[in-house]
Write a protein that binds this ligand. Sequence first.
Ligand code: HEM
Length: 496
Amino acid sequence: MSLRTPASLPPAYLAVGGVALLALCLFVKYRASRQHLRHPPGPRPLPLIGNILDLPKSQFALTWTKFGEQYGPLTWLTIPGRNFLVINSFEAAKEILEKRGSNYINRPRFVMMGELVGFQELTPLNQYDALWRTQRTLLKHALSAEVIEKDYAAILENSAQRYVERLLEQPENFAANLKRSLQENVIDLTYGKREDTKGRDYVQLNGKVMDIGNETMQGYLVDLLPALLYLPSWLPGMNFKKKAARWRDEIDNVRRTTFESSKESVLSGDPNLKSSYVVNCLQALYRKHDSIRTHQVEEQERAICHSGFSFFMAGTDTTQMTTRAFLLAMLLHPSIQEKVHAEMDKVVGSGRPPTLGDLKDMPYLNAVVLETLRWNPVAADGVPHAPLKDDVYNGYFIPKDTTVVVNSWGISRNPRHYSNPSNFDPERYLKPVPELDPREFTFGLGRRACPGVELGYRIVWMMAATVLWAFQLKREDGDNTPLNTDSERFHIWMLW
Ligand code: HEM
């Protein structure tokens, strides 16, 4: 047996070996260069627990804003097994999430809300995969301005008029009735009916699902320490597992009930079918395929089911909270309300309620709605993104899977973008050089930005226009209840 020396190896082996060696050297050099890069600045982490003590318990965006003042556009936080990047500047958010959008297209792990409770296929939480891409394609088409104006204008107008009737009947229940009217609105848009064949009320189902969503969205300890998943349920503090299992069944039931009922109606040719997201998507799908029992059709149905469920969930509280902020702004600023009334008298008059077609002729009301979106950004922390691979930004190392949060609240209060940012001032968008359009960040940025921006804007606009067409809003004489201060008012969402 003879030992083969390099000289005796065939040239092809040498070439392959050479390439492998070169690749190994490049990889080692790459890892070494990354390890020498710093993370962005941030509070000093403690041994073992990292920055756990620096994380706020509520009103996250206020803490992020303080970090922004101290550390600049980017703040780095770390806890065992998880890295966080908080972006406090609009420019950095655009550079990172938009210009590098194909990398920051993923979502981090949502342990409680996603994996345990079963929301992980909801479009906003879905990891970057084929199901998410199909959901986005379906939503993109259905939520364009043209489709909304063609297919959904009447739903938006009716729901706003119904709210006005309820306000007239029970002004004291203005908040509960707003919630109900917007739930009905989103249910009509999603499924085209309010109950299934067994009489199950979709408004009630929506309320239940939203309550579970809101409860789990605040973040659980297991989101920060996923290792807790492997501890037995009987240990103290593990009650979250039982809760999650119960919620999972309820969610699954609502998702299946609503989807299967629409599918049955489409397949049976129900004469009462109304134009709506799930119905229109299913009709288009079945028109294209002779058989509905193929893998391809089933995959599409799955995407319609989950994106419909997302529509149902993502469109309710966002529009409700923004409309509530609008009502509050009008109570606080009678002179702004007066200007809307003057515009309304000129464009609409008293003979008919406003329609979506009036939107383009009412620049002042548009500015008021924009200012509402900025004044009370309902997703103050957005929904976190996560990079698919390691990145370097301005010399800082951002590893794959970092939880990346944009502080929309901080951007909305940044005097570089807004003069007197705590003031409610629609005129800022009507100047020769308007201030930053809040839709650029309040609906998120990059490839995961909200596909419902056109619809969400129109729902709020329609509510605002119809309420001010019908009423003059003012506080009751003698009511001196203090109204919330600027930072107490905004509603916080937090998702890890
Ligand atoms: C005032 C109304 C609304 C606001 C302020 C809002 C805001 C947001 C924000 C901040 C995000 C996260 C974006 C990101 O990760 O960068 C989001 C995602 C999303 N929104 Fe909205 N939204 C509103 C209305 C709606 C409506 C009416 C729908 C109806 C379909 C909707 C559907 C979605 C969906 C499906 C996502 C997930 C996108 C993805 O992860 O790919 N939103 N929204």
